[in-house]
Design a protein around this ligand. Structure first.
Ligand code: BG6
Length: 475
């Protein structure tokens, strides 16, 4: 049994293209789903696929268009990550930067070159890129022409994207994640899968789209291992165990069902087949998935090498319809847990829940795990030099790293690395705000898009540097 984190433990930080790059039409990039999701009151209806917004307009503000302009600032940003001692940097590729329409015959060289530059900059400092192939984005052209992931054709376009990027970056990138928070498509279908609904059976469409993503993920794994057998391919789950509100067996059963809703995706990606509970659920819901010949075999033969996940909070549920005091601001509906404090956005803070989640996932899959998102979204108040005394963030991370260490040292969970979310302040996915900050690096920009975009180190910057330097010994 190990005494601490392994020598090669991948400490780092995580971002996503749409929340930090900006340059939304620069370098021949096409329009993505995320580029038409506004800030403000229409954001949720659009993310849910209930409100059609296929173009940006003058009345709304679209935070992805400039975001924090990583597109022009990547050298400075990666330099700051290097200063903290990052071993890895998680970023995503913007699909529409590489295939502007999604169905183009040839990829966009300027887009490919941009990521070459980003990877070279990382490698210059010995930072290993950890690449999410799609993090909440689909080229809008594919939404408009084929309805995005509701169509099987998406698998082919995704495959082409994978072939191109795996070939191009095979000597620069080793770790890949196929879909960010693959279970998100059940909760925010436009964000997760570019789905927009008419009057129709939404559940059936969501699960059909899920099947397409699961097939695409297996194909990606197959192609990746052929192109470079050294590649490590991971799935990615929005995780956080569901607790039962009481010890009433009905509550415990409800909690198990809730967890299965999420595990379903990883069960397929990691064990290689649809679990029986899901098949039975589809029968009950009158959902008949369209499968092609060879799908089952493809899933069976191409399971992921590791399981990555995000963890922000645990969840709480009850079978009793009278018990319904929900927390605010959670994409995953959850009851208020009286034993936990919550962030300013109502996300319940539960460090031990991370150890529980790590153990549950490891028990279930017996594969190496990777925490690719964790962190506290909070309001920061910088002084005139942009310095933020963010002890609350340090405390959140410290308590989570402690339980992560327990999971490794005491419980024997295999853990590859830890990349806290939004290592540099970026746009919030759920609210579109800048005010909800996660970073070690402050970015001068507000919710309305004003600011100099100047970067500055917060107190947590120096703290995290020490954590990495001591391989998690000094917290
Ligand atoms: C995860 C996403 O859901 O949580 C990120 O993968 C997101 O894209 C992160 O930013 C934090 O959520 P939010 O809504 O605070 O940005």
């Amino acid at each position: 049994m190990s005494k601490g984190f392994s020598d090669g433990f991948l400490w780092g930080g995580a971002t996503a293209a749409n929340q930090c790059e900006g340059g939304y039409l620069e370098g021949n990039k096409g329009l993505s789903t995320v580029d038409v999701i506004p800030a403000g009151k229409d954001r949720f209806p659009v993310m849910l696929g209930k409100m059609k917004m296929f173009k940006s307009d003058e009345e709304h503000y679209y935070p992805s268009h400039e975001a924090i302009d990583f597109y022009h600032n990547y050298k400075e940003d990666i330099g700051l990550f290097a200063e903290m001692g990052f071993k890895t940097f998680r970023l995503s590729l913007s699909w529409a930067r590489i295939f502007p329409n999604g169905d183009d015959e040839v990829p966009n060289e300027e887009g490919l070159k941009f990521y070459d530059n980003v990877f070279d900059e990382c490698l210059k400092y010995g930072i290993e890129p950890l690449v999410t192939i799609t993090h909440f984005d689909v080229p809008m052209h594919l939404v408009e022409t084929i309805g995005s992931w509701r169509s099987r054709k998406m698998v082919g376009y995704y495959e082409r994207l994978c072939e191109v990027i795996f070939e191009r970056y095979k000597n620069k990138v080793k770790y890949w994640l196929t879909f960010n928070e693959i279970n998100m498509l059940l909760h925010l279908p436009f964000i997760g899968a570019g789905l927009v609904f008419e009057e129709e059976n939404e559940e059936a469409i969501k699960y059909q789209a899920a099947h397409h993503q699961l097939i695409a993920s297996a194909k990606a794994t197959e192609i990746a291992h052929k192109i470079n057998p050294e590649f490590k391919i991971g799935c990615m789950l929005a995780a956080g165990n569901t607790y039962a509100n009481t010890c009433a067996p009905e509550d415990v059963w409800k909690a198990m069902e809730k967890d299965r809703e999420n595990y379903f995706f990883i069960d397929v990606q990691s064990r290689g087949e649809y679990p029986n509970y899901a098949k039975k659920m589809f029968e009950r819901m009158n959902i008949y998935l369209e499968m092609e010949e060879g799908d089952e075999e493809l899933l069976r033969n191409n399971t992921v090498d590791f399981i990555s996940f995000s963890y922000y909070a645990s969840r709480l549920t009850s079978a009793d319809p009278e018990v319904n005091a929900q927390t605010e601001g959670n994409v995953f509906a959850t009851l208020k847990n009286p034993y936990l404090k919550a962030s300013e956005w109502g996300w319940q803070i539960d460090p031990l829940g991370l150890r529980i989640t790590l153990n549950s996932l490891y028990d279930r899959y017996q594969k190496p795990l990777f925490i690719v998102e964790n962190g506290l979204g909070a309001v920061d108040t910088p002084d005139e030099n942009g310095y933020v005394e963010d002890d609350y963030r340090i405390e959140y991370l410290r308590e989570h790293i402690k339980t992560m260490r327990d999971a490794v040292i005491i419980d024997g969970v295999e853990l590859m690395g830890y990349t806290p979310w939004g290592c540099i302040d970026l746009v919030s996915a759920s609210t579109g705000e800048m005010k909800k900050r996660y970073g070690f690096i402050y970015v001068d920009k507000d919710n309305e898009g004003n600011g100099t975009l100047k970067r500055s180190r917060k107190k947590s910057f120096g703290w995290y540097k020490k954590v990495i330097e001591t391989n998690g010994e000094q917290l």
